[in-house]
Design a binder for this molecule. Structure first.
Ligand SMILES: *[C@@H]1O[C@H](CO)[C@@H](O)[C@H](O)[C@H]1NC(C)=O
Ligand SMILES: *[C@@H]1O[C@H](CO)[C@@H](O)[C@H](O)[C@H]1NC(C)=O
Length: 747
């Protein structure tokens, strides 16, 4: 029995977190960039409307160069080049009567009885379709955006509204999942006020509306829809299918396990028109299969059971895109994962055995009997048979389809396990989008993962062993918002090289790459493994495959600078500083690598000696995230300290710090000289500055002293950050009570 079959029917799924994943530390990004850094140095732009929350719907329009945004009571049109510039907005509140009704139904007037715009689709050459919750009264409208080359416009005719039932959710907390194909909208929503009648629904267009069988838990069991895609199956449009991604309560779980969340992929045929005598105006081609994202373990699998988002990455042909999905877990551990699926594996599950349950007391098993012809799930088309409409399907086919919507086999991820996972990182993944990038040594998929903490993780997928095995590497953690509201939607413009991110509090835009942030040396650029960046001989800059490759150095696959960057004469000059200390006092030797994944190594050359030795690990020499803190200084500590960042086995020198330790007497003498001097008033705080001028005429020392003062004001780190050690950039070294005479660096 394969894993797909074993995984199919759920009972044995133990949540063995501690054994499998509990002990693993979360991955550290190579770079972590704060909102302030992104705004000041990396072109982060933001957009928000006053007193408006809940930016949820994003629609990218490359041709018009616009980003359309749906939020509370508003639709906005932003420039893709700079979302902060010349935005157009349109107010679309719910009418007062609807808000009152909503309030009478027991909903909160200020937070729920609003029109939350949930869905935006490009409808035709001049109009968008927009749908909102309309204060628990779903409504749609056509928004006029003008012809492509006209001045941007945004106009809505409030007299021509459409019923939004079955298109937009009622409840602002629910998500809308839909796709517009031609003039028809395929959506997965709750189609009633109470949020109990969940349906997969086709509306608009010329054909009669179609839906799933209502209140049949075998079809849908309290589903939460995530995404809907239209994916062709062949050149023949009659074979086109619509795929629904959702999670629901498992019907197939044994009752002893209680309510168990499972993730699903469902399919329907685009040319389904319902049955003739039974399943009238209902889908006759609906099937669903379990989507597994788990880590196999000796004693059972660890499941990421809560599907959060799916991104469809196009490949060379239209019918075999890759599916990137993010999951979280409902177990007591906070964890999330990215799993990748191939469309062929999804189709294989729908061609496999059906799940079958003989009666209420029976187990779910693989159906062994005769499957009627045409096989349920097949579209009526010339490619596979002779039926031209689902209304011609024989009765036994319709009956079988009604009773067997669930497939027995599950869909497993490529490589059999998650591409990337994060357990115990303090956040969960909510959204995903991806970009396929041409690098020097081939194509790489770059994933942007939105989290519930308002951050975006940039992860690359690199081959591991033979294909299809790949692993995700965490390159960047970007803090996109001032607050930490969850990311609700993301869009990529490959053409403009920009990422657009929405959250409850606003919309933000950032370039896909920040090559200069990786560093100023060839090795740093190479170690970054960012397929968007390469070393051009002088700096780390954007890699463009069309440009001359000869001079570009990049190694995304291995991140090994030893061959690529040797003989590179463009090493930035080693930063050299003088640092002074007083016997018995302390000195701080600052050295902080850009990469959070680098380890810092300190070597020491005692004054008057030739050999370099490792700085011993002892209580006197405390390694902090920002540098080396030397306490209870001795005269013998004078010498040259070299700091190097070690990453992937590659050591890169960063700083050369020359420490002079003076005796207490020397220091006192200097201080007295300074006190006697008829210069500026010299309180103890200013003492060091003058002292340095005496020691090192020219005053260059002031700077170095400031460099060696730990910042910000020392404060004991919280216990967990201490455990994570160098994962944290923020905490400064803790000073201990200093003994002995004054320390040189009067902190
Ligand atoms: C974007 O537009 C805003 C407002 O006009 C402007 O202040 C900002 O400098 C622009 N940013 C970029 C990167 O063009
Ligand atoms: C687009 O659809 C809207 C709404 O149905 C309609 O008013 C408009 O005329 C259509 N535009 C074109 C160019 O077909």
């Amino acid at each position: 029995m394969g894993r797909a079959e074993a995984a199919a029917m759920i009972p044995g799924l133990a949540l063995l977190w501690v054994a499998v994943l509990g002990g693993a530390a979360p991955s550290t990004p190579r770079l972590r960039l704060s909102f302030q850094e992104l705004q000041a140095q990396h072109g982060l732009r933001t957009f928000r409307l006053e007193r408006t929350c809940c930016y949820e719907a994003l629609l990218l329009d490359e041709e018009r160069g616009r980003l359309f945004v749906g939020a509370e009571n508003h639709v906005a049109s932003l420039s893709l080049d700079n979302i902060s510039k010349r935005a157009k907005k349109l107010a679309w509140p719910a009418p007062v009567e609807w808000r009152e009704e909503c309030n009478w139904a027991g909903k909160d007037i200020g937070t729920e009885c609003m029109n939350f715009v949930k869905l935006l689709h490009a409808y035709n050459r001049t109009h968008l379709l927009a749908c909102g919750t309309g204060a628990f009264h779903p409504t749609c409208a056509f928004v006029e955006v003008g012809q492509r080359l006209e001045e941007p416009m945004l106009r809505l005719d409030l007299r021509r509204l459409e019923d939004g039932k079955g298109k937009s959710p009622y409840d602002p907390r629910h998500r809308a999942a839909s796709v517009l194909v031609g003039e028809e909208l395929y959506s997965g929503v709750a189609a009633d006020l109470m949020g109990r009648d969940f349906t997969i629904f086709r509306s608009l267009g010329q054909r009669p509306s179609l839906r799933t069988e209502p209140h049949d838990s075998r079809w849908l069991n309290e589903p939460k829809f995530v995404k809907v895609f239209w994916i062709p199956e062949s050149e023949n449009p009659d074979d086109d299918k619509i795929y629904f991604f959702f999670r629901e309560t498992a019907v197939e779980a044994t009752p002893a396990l209680g309510r168990l969340s499972v993730s699903r992929v469902g399919q329907i045929c685009r040319n389904d028109v319902g049955g003739q005598r039974s399943l009238v105006n209902k889908w006759t081609t609906f099937l669903k299969a379990r989507l597994v994202c788990s880590v196999p373990g000796a004693e059972g699998d660890t499941n990421f059971d809560h599907l959060q988002d799916v991104f469809l990455l196009s490949s060379r042909d239209r019918w075999t895109p890759l599916l990137y999905a993010v999951f979280s877990t409902t177990s007591i551990f906070q964890g999330s994962a990215v799993c990748v699926y191939s469309m062929n594996d999804v189709r294989r599950a729908f061609l496999g055995p059906f799940a079958h349950k003989e009666g209420p007391v029976h187990q779910w098993v693989s159906y062994q009997g005769r499957v009627p012809y045409p096989r349920p799930g097949m579209c009526p088309s010339k490619t596979f048979g002779t039926f031209s409409s689902t209304k011609d399907f024989p009765d036994d086919v319709i009956q079988f389809a009604r009773n067997h919507p669930l497939m027995y086999n599950a869909v497993l991820p490529m490589g059999g396990r998650p591409l990337f996972q994060q357990v115990g990182a303090g956040y969960t993944f909510t959204q995903i989008t991806a970009d396929r990038v041409a690098a020097v040594d081939g194509y790489y998929d770059v994933l942007f993962i939105g989290t519930d903490a308002g951050t975006v993780l940039k992860v690359i997928s690199v081959p591991k062993g033979g294909r299809p095995n790949a692993e995700g590497l965490l390159l960047e953690e970007l803090h996109m918002f001032e607050d930490s509201a969850a990311v609700t939607s993301m869009q990529i413009s490959s053409k403009r090289h920009q990422l657009y991110v929405a959250s409850r509090s606003g919309v933000a835009q950032i370039p896909l790459h920040r090559c200069a942030a990786h560093g100023r040396a060839c090795a740093e650029c190479c170690l970054a493994r960012d397929p968007y960046c390469a070393w051009d001989g002088a700096a780390c800059t954007r890699f463009q495959p069309s440009a001359k490759r000869r001079f570009r150095r990049q190694d995304v696959r291995n991140g090994d600078p030893s061959t690529l960057c040797t003989g590179d004469s463009s090493h930035p000059a080693l930063l050299e500083r003088k640092v002074f200390g007083v016997e018995g006092g302390s000195a701080f030797l600052e050295c902080e690598p850009r990469s959070l994944q680098a380890r810092v190594e300190w070597t020491f050359q005692r004054a008057g000696e030739a050999a370099y030795t490792q700085v011993p690990a002892e209580e006197r020499a405390e390694r902090t995230t920002r540098g080396l803190l030397l306490r209870w200084l001795r005269r013998g500590d004078s010498g040259v300290y070299l700091c190097a960042a070690v990453e992937q086995g590659f050591s890169q020198p960063m700083r050369r710090l020359v420490l002079h330790v003076l005796s207490a007497a020397q220091a006192e003498r200097l201080a007295r000289t300074e006190e006697a001097a008829p210069v500026a008033p010299s309180g103890p705080k200013l003492w060091y500055r003058d002292f340095l001028q005496l020691v090192e005429p020219g005053g260059g020392g002031t700077k170095s002293l400031r460099m060696c003062r730990p910042q910000p004001a020392p404060r004991p780190p919280p216990p967990e950050s201490r455990r994570k050690g160098r994962n944290r950039r923020t905490h400064a070294p803790e000073p201990r009570a200093e003994r002995g005479p004054r320390s040189a660096a009067h902190w």
